[in-house]
Design a protein around this ligand. Sequence first.
Ligand code: V0V
Ligand code: CO
Length: 142
Amino acid sequence: MLMRIDHVGIACENLDEKIAFYRSVFDVKVVAREINEEQGVEEAMLHVADGEGGGSYIQLLEPLGPDTPVGKFLARRGEGVHHIAYGVSDIVAAMEHIGGEGVRLLDKSPRHGAMGTSIAFLHPKDVGGVLTELVESPPRPS
Ligand code: V0V
Ligand code: CO
């Protein structure tokens, strides 16, 4: 069901500064940068590798305000790993299976994620303290 690690989400105070750090230290390229009002973030995707059904990325996240998921996380824990996101081929089927195992889904249906993806979150308390995201990539143009 899980095809790859799509991205690791990292909470930061200042997106521009963190992008500059990752570019100089790890020599990675920014392939997308978006504001996602629904999720309360401005985020950048830094390309790491290509994989089955899509790539792997580092996702840097700056909150749009204090009363957002990433804003609250920064206030409570400071900068660091915020979530891990797995690539799936069929997000609705994955949500049905995972929900059936008793893991709380934070989204009833998929939402819009970075670069045209469909995403859904699982409650961190039901996944051993790890905020977990499922990602279905859009079909590749042929
Ligand atoms: C909170 N908790 C976490 C956590 N955030 N544990 C692990 N990792 C995190 N990131 C813990 C927290 O310490 C509490 O534990 C417990 O969960 C319940 O917290 P809460 O008080 O209900 O906290 P809230 O109100 O901050 O809500 C937490 C959840 C919220 C996870 C429910 O952040 C959420 O709905 N997140 C999903 C959406 C999201 O994160 N969007 C931003 C990324 P104790 O203290 O009770 O032990 S957007 C994105 O990734 C995009 C757009 C993409 O394309 O990929
Ligand atoms: Co994410």
